[in-house]
Design a protein around this ligand. Sequence first.
Ligand code: PYC
Length: 331
Amino acid sequence: MAIRRWISTIDSHTAGHPTRVVTGGVPVLHGDSVAARRDDFRARFDPLRTFLLHEPRGHAAMVGVVMTESRVADFGAFFLGSYKYLEMCGHATIGLAVTLDHMGLIGPSDQPESRFTLEVPAGIITVSVTRVGGAVAAVTFENVPAHVAAADVPLAAGGVSVSADVVWGGNWYGLIEAAAAGVELTPNGVLHAMATGAALKARLNALIREGGVAGASEPIDSILFYETQFDEKGVVSRQLVVLESNKFDRSPCGTGSSARLAQLVARGVIGLDQPIRTRNILGVDFSATARAIEGRAGAIQPHIVGLAHITGEHRFTLADSDPLPDGFLCR
Ligand code: PYC
């Protein structure tokens, strides 16, 4: 059997959501910035994205990371989604940090902490890895600033009438209270949540496209359904991000958690420097804290803490006779 392509990856999961970091096999990319090299990849090598992320090697929820040089940060990386390229991805940043530690690329493992800067298409972020007994115990990233663009947008679709806040957290989100949308934040509620979320996202994007949402001009990437709970340690945001009709974030979602922080601060539910927990439908938490940004009233700097676990190392191949070289997804 003749093999036409080899690509190696290290895979991990962050609170259940997969990250596939490419460690070899991507051709040299051109451009002055990570965003420019991402655009070069998209223009010339997009079939590599679907080869790696789509079935039979991946699935709709798979997220890929391509590392590339940075002229302004310690590392550069861009994010591959199964349907599109992401400006920023929090769970994959945590997965990347654990992968870099696994590869021995971010400092001696007997150090209690390693820090690095990372250029991503959305900007430059700072990442730190905390170790206990030589093993990674937590990854913290300081995300790009988050802000609310529009609040209380009335929305009717998918058989429900709700209101949405449009919020930037590194990607664009429509934030909707789960109970108002009849969505259950449990594994059994996911199919219904994806159908309802996809209908609400399409409606909200149509409104934004028509200029009907003051303050919002870009299409949202995802709907984030939430429920706010209070316990003895403070606020818990239970949440589920619907990315597409067949795709939800298994993790509490790093950029979604950033958007939630901006919303909770804007609504006065929490203050700056007050950590909350954002919890996925599997009961795994991120810790999330909003910090002030000097000279930028209305925006907050999200600090997100989570953990990822390595699941395996792969050497993907493409045989000449493979009838599905670019992979496939069914909606
Ligand atoms: O964690 O930011 C995130 C994310 C975005 C899409 C999937 N995960």
